[in-house]
Design a protein around this ligand. Sequence first.
Ligand SMILES: [Zn+2]
Length: 134
Amino acid sequence: MHWRANLLMLRSPQAIVGFLLLSLWPLAFLLAALWLIGFLGGRGGAPHPLLGGQPLGIAAGVATLVGFLFLQHIAFSIALVRTYAPCVRKAIRESGVPICLGCGQLLHAPDAASCPECGIASDAKDASGGPNRR
Ligand SMILES: [Zn+2]
């Protein structure tokens, strides 16, 4: 199931680009923050703000790292839900389980025109026509 979902996602350039954009933007924040505290922009002979051992520099470095990890975690979660989850739902559907592609709700009445949970038009008929087609 996992592999199927991965394959489905790899076949969709839109999902890949979306995933990268959604999950990598905190890197821009990290680089900007590092640049701001002088990590990347050399300041002549000034002591390094982090390696110089000044408490403020160390605090700024730690705060930046924690902030980055926090943002990265959130961004990654959002990216997974937005781009990967639909592929997982599709893979589950293709294995014969009639679930909604929009929200993952199990469709007890596959003939219903739309999902009772999220209202997305359901085309579950074709996928749930028979038991496990592989
Ligand atoms: Zn739904």
